[in-house]
Design a protein around this ligand. Structure first.
Ligand code: ADP
Ligand code: MG
Length: 678
């Protein structure tokens, strides 16, 4: 029984058993699925190709009986003279006195160890009698924790594989095994631990990658289906004519990408299923306009709407723009953490009494004290900044509204279908007409004077500038210090010619608001800021953004920052001041100067950073795969996604006996994660 405790495996005593449990290995099955994270390759090489100090494997004839000497306390050295090719090589084995009884003149011996080219000597870490190709040249290296060694793991896994791998059940339907020519599960287990050769290892990995991706996709897609179907009664019967009138009140026509996304969202809202949709669009592509229309549609259906954003500044901005856009159409209120006392109480009461149509705010919106009269639609802006928990909290508020997530950091398709496989996706991939792409330049630190001249010139022409100061990841305090220093420096530099403002996260929200107001009214021409202006801030008259120490930012963040300019009719500029040391940093600067397409950028960012880092450390939600890699194995992931869609569409899991084991496996995994699948 594979579910039996791991101590039943030969070689696992009580003590080791406990250490294994600490490593998350409780059962025989767990041990079988404890895969190596890499392999040491010991392939036999001709002596002439082995470098000094290289770890290598050689094979030779034992020339004479080995000589054994003892030294120190319990220490020994066994020397074996080997004829390798046409040379005599000394194989040295420490503390293996017992080997003297096994190795004799005339034997063929294969040894692995560190090669000393000058002394023609190999210090043996591993030896086997017989020819080299009769042994495993590819050795597993396991992730370790605690006291357990690789050697121990290798031994017990070998025992487990030989005694139990026969019991491993196939979970992939035969159809796919044949279609993709995958090894069977029990075979693949053997090969992934103790590969006979590279080819077989590759197939074993291919199999587990596909298996892992398929299971993942099935889970995600089932979940998505379940969310949709289990929460019926979400049909918001909005008033089409009123919505059209509202759109007509805009000073611009919608782009066709906006229209398309809007149609998809409204369709979701109208349907009885609950909406769970992601709206992706580059900075300035007009997501907020679309959001306003959807919120208004909810109002015409007799419901309330909420717009949730990550920061107070952004909340205030959205509040301003919604109030303007919806003037005469809806009653908009703002609720953030810094609104307190009587004012807060008053807002909460009016929300409950349905005297507020749309509530804009930060996380405060999902706190217990807020209770809506009838919440129909929640829009979450900058979705990736919201953790999985907040998403769940929203759902669990019991209101179960339609939910639209918006993000201006376009998520590469690769990630969208994995991390967000439980969502539908709409995309605004077109900018409003007349937008000029931001010209981006990369300059070195020593050109800062020229940059200042350039700012001066633009300001003379009536424009404004952002100067984003160095980012120091570990320290909020240092960030602020940097901002203050830079602010002082620029103030001195521009003296009486123009006004410099300062913005950072530690300012009181009144102060922030005051600075932003001054900047928006062009009373301040140059705004020195930390990255708090990163998201959403909208001052169309600003045409320059200078990003100091740009190499410290990721591509997506640079792109976000760049999105602060290029919002009006005038040509805008982004100047990256950076002296990147590494290749990745240089590559980032180069990419920034070459493309302004957020979707392309995010793909490149993903390539440079890898999926784990893409959303930053805290923001998880991204699954960890054991064997597969979302970026490198993207094609397998896409294949698995399509297969999963078909399996679910045809209801094979429930109806087809060939899918029984797959179904069981899914059930087992999802019950571990506290979900119910049916
Ligand atoms: P996002 O939220 O995607 O960053 P916004 O909705 O804030 O973009 O739009 C950015 C700017 O473009 C705003 O000033 C907005 O009024 C304007 N805008 C939005 N849609 C259009 C459009 N279809 N045509 C012209 N301007 C638009
Ligand atoms: Mg926006």
């Amino acid at each position: 029984m594979l579910k039996a405790p791991v101590v039943q495996v030969k070689g696992v005593g009580e003590k080791l058993g406990e250490a294994l449990i600490d490593m998350g290995i409780g059962t025989i099955e767990d041990l079988l699925y404890y895969f190596p994270n890499r392999y040491d390759v010991y392939e036999r090489k001709p002596l002439s190709e082995i470098e000094h100090n290289e770890k290598a494997t050689i094979e030779g004839q034992v020339l004479a009986e080995p000589t054994l000497t003892f030294f120190g306390r319990n220490k020994s050295r066994l020397i074996v003279q080997l004829q390798v090719e046409h040379m005599v090589v000394k194989a040295v084995m420490f503390n293996r006195a017992f080997a003297k009884k096994q190795i004799h003149a005339g034997d063929t011996l294969t040894v692995t160890g560190k090669w000393d080219q000058h002394r023609l000597q190999i210090t043996v870490s591993n030896y086997k009698k017989g020819e080299a190709n009769a042994h495993e040249p590819i050795q597993p290296v396991y992730p370790l924790k605690g006291e357990v060694t690789n050697l121990q793991l290798k031994k017990i896994i070998k025992n487990a594989v030989s005694d139990y791998s026969g019991q491993v059940e196939e979970i992939l339907p035969a159809y796919y095994i044949e279609k993709y020519k995958l090894p069977r599960r029990s075979q693949a287990i053997k090969q992934i631990h103790f590969p006979e050769n590279h080819q077989l290892l590759k197939h074993a990995r291919r199999r587990f990658i596909y298996e892992e991706f398929l299971l993942f996709q099935l889970k995600m897609q089932l979940l998505r289906k379940r969310i949709k179907e289990a929460t019926k009664g979400h049909n918001q019967e909005y008033d089409k004519e009123k919505v059209e009138l509202f759109i007509k009140s805009f000073p611009f026509p919608l782009t066709s990408a906006q229209k398309r996304s809007l149609k998809e969202i409204l369709l979701d809202m109208k349907s009885v299923n609950r909406m769970n949709r992601l709206l992706q669009g580059d900075v300035g592509s007009g997501k907020t306009a679309v959001a306003a229309i959807c919120l208004y549609a909810a109002i015409t259906a007799g419901k309330q709407g909420a717009l949730m954003v990550p920061t107070e500044i952004l909340a205030e901005q959205h509040y301003q723009s919604l109030t303007t856009l919806m003037d005469g159409f809806a009653r908009v209120e703002l609720l953030t953490g810094s609104i307190k006392g009587k004012r807060r109480k008053d807002i909460l009461e009016r929300v409950q009494a349905n005297e507020v149509d749309i509530l804009v705010g930060t996380h405060a919106l999902i706190q217990d004290e807020v209770s809506f009269h009838h919440l129909g639609l929640v829009i979450v802006d900058e979705q990736h900044r919201f953790g999985v928990n907040q998403r769940r909290m929203l759902r669990e508020k019991g209101l179960d509204p339609d939910v639209l997530f918006m993000t201006a950091t376009p998520i590469p398709r690769t990630l969208a279908i994995t991390a967000f496989g439980d969502m539908d996706v709409s995309q605004i991939d077109e900018m409003p007409a007349g937008r000029k792409p931001v010209d981006t330049y990369w300059v070195k630190d020593n050109m800062f004077d020229r940059v200042l001249q350039f700012i001066h010139k633009e300001v003379k022409n009536g424009h404004q500038a952002y100067v984003i100061c160095p980012l120091i990841e570990e320290s909020d305090k240092l960030d602020i210090q940097n901002a203050v220093d830079l602010y002082t420096m620029l103030q001195a530099h521009f003296a009486s010619e123009l006004q410099v403002g300062l913005m950072h996260g530690r300012l009181h929200s009144d102060e922030k608001e005051a600075v932003m107001k001054e900047f928006a009214a062009n009373q301040v021409q140059v705004l020195v800021s930390t990255t708090v202006v990163e998201v959403g801030v909208n001052v169309p008259n600003a045409t320059i953004i200078v990003i100091y120490d740009a190499e410290r930012f990721g591509l997506s963040q640079l792109h976000q920052l760049r999105g602060r300019v290029g919002r009006g009719d005038a040509q805008s500029y982004c100047i990256l001041v950076a002296d990147p040391k590494g290749e990745v940093g240089k590559e980032r600067m180069r990419i920034m100067t070459e493309t302004t397409d957020g979707f392309e950028l995010s793909e490149q960012d993903l390539q440079l950073r890898g999926p784990g880092d893409f959303f930053g450390k805290k923001q998880s939600g991204i699954p960890e795969f054991k064997v597969g890699d979302m970026v490198h194995d993207y094609r397998a992931l896409e294949t698995a996604r399509q297969d999963a869609a078909l399996i679910i569409a045809e209801n094979r899991l429930a109806e087809d006996p060939h899918y029984q084991t797959m179904r069981n496996k899914l059930k087992e995994e999802s019950s571990l994660q506290g979900q119910v699948l049916d």
